[in-house]
Design a protein around this ligand. Structure first.
Ligand code: ATP
Length: 343
């Protein structure tokens, strides 16, 4: 039997954990007329109070204790919006146990957070991916070695040969869980998509590239010094930089996004919906190599609380990704299709 939900927006609120993209999510929710709740620990309260985006703050000892306030969220009909920190604090498996309203497909979070499953999904969507080397002995081109769970790219290294691989691995004697990926020479490009089950339409919201230490700082010193001080490149993310893409590449990106959504329907019931991001390198021949997908809002969208050069074309109000999520929920509530925004 179909659950009957209230069709009055004022019966609901929007909630998330105070980190990652919460400012934008909560501001967007307020702009769409929702009450907002921010779940904070002691250390994280300040920005959410200062920027006045939260109508209410629920405090937990640590974010891992999320479930201790879940009943409070249920009482308030709060829709929880998952973001990168939310998933990393709870873990994709515990997200499946949530009893409160959750925006977006929970099942797809399992697929995006497992490197093998993620690759299977992206290949089934017909996307171009960097090659993977199963054995270090097979390395025949520059590779990037990624450790599983390496937070924000810390510890990744580049190797040009099998010998260099083993030389670098001496620094990580205990590491067994890594992937050896073809290193693509090109520029990074992160494309922020949004797919709504209500409108059945895919939108491109914006783009960013990342500001990474020390990958983005090595070029500030002379090659001579780079060699003499033996800097190991790391990719710890510090911030994000806005990008617009060559316009003639847009059709290809729409097609890639649509294929990813389409392929996701074979993996989980309702498929992927809401915000997601394809993380790519574009080479000199304009080939796209997708090295990762995030099946939820990414922090790169924080550049555009006031909308992006792309959302400005489509909307007559400043449309951040956070606000687009809130609008999807609002349209679901008001058109009696609330279940279509839940996962
Ligand atoms: P995760 O989101 O899983 O924690 P991460 O952010 O730690 O991942 P990645 O996003 O996989 O790390 O990559 C970090 C950096 O390495 C990015 O700047 C990206 O541009 C670069 N990079 C990743 N894969 C490749 C590749 N195959 N070729 C060239 N550069 C790459």
């Amino acid at each position: 039997m179909k659950t009957v939900y209230s069709t009055s927006q004022s019966d609901y609120s929007i909630a998330t954990i105070g980190s990652h993209s919460a400012l934008q999510i909560l501001k967007g929710a307020k702009d769409e007329g929702f009450k907002t709740i921010c779940i904070c620990d002691k250390a994280s309260r300040k920005p959410y109070e200062s920027y006045r985006v939260a109508d209410e703050i629920l405090e937990v000892e640590s974010f891992g204790d999320f479930f201790t306030i879940e009943q409070e969220l249920i009482k308030r009909n709060a829709v929880v919006i998952p973001h990168g920190s939310f998933i990393s604090h709870l873990g994709p498996e515990r997200v499946q146990d949530l009893q409160c309203f959750h925006y977006g497909s929970k099942g797809i979070l399992i697929w995006e957070s497992d490197r093998k499953k993620e690759r299977q999904w992206l290949l089934s969507a017909g996307l171009n991916l960097p090659k993977i080397f199963e054995r270090p002995e097979d390395i025949d081109c520059p590779v990037i070695v990624k450790f599983h769970g390496a937070r924000g790219g810390l510890g990744y290294f580049i190797a040009n040969s099998t010998g260099e691989f083993y030389e670098n691995m001496k620094r990580y004697p205990a590491e067994k869980d890594y992937v050896i990926q073809e290193y693509i020479v090109g520029v990074p490009m992160y494309c922020h998509f949004f797919y709504s089950r209500l409108t059945k339409e895919l939108e491109i919201m914006s783009f960013d590239k990342r500001y990474e230490s020390n990958a983005d700082s090595i070029g500030r010193i002379a090659a001579r010094d780079q060699l003499s001080v033996h800097i190991n490149t790391s990719y710890t993310i510090v911030g994000n930089i806005p990008v617009v893409i060559r316009e003639s590449l847009l059709p290809q990106l729409f097609e890639m996004g649509e294929r990813v959504v389409e392929a996701s329907r074979d993996l989980v019931d309702a498929g992927l919906f809401g915000p997601f991001c394809l993380e790519m390198i574009v080479d000199k021949n304009l080939n796209f190599y997708v090295f990762e997908i995030s099946a939820r809002i990414v922090a790169g969208t924080n550049l555009y609380p006031n909308g992006s050069p792309y959302t400005d074309l489509r909307y007559d109000v400043p449309m951040s990704t956070g606000r687009r999520i809130a609008r999807d929920i609002k349209e679901g509530i008001e058109s009696n299709q609330f279940e279509k925004v839940l996962g």
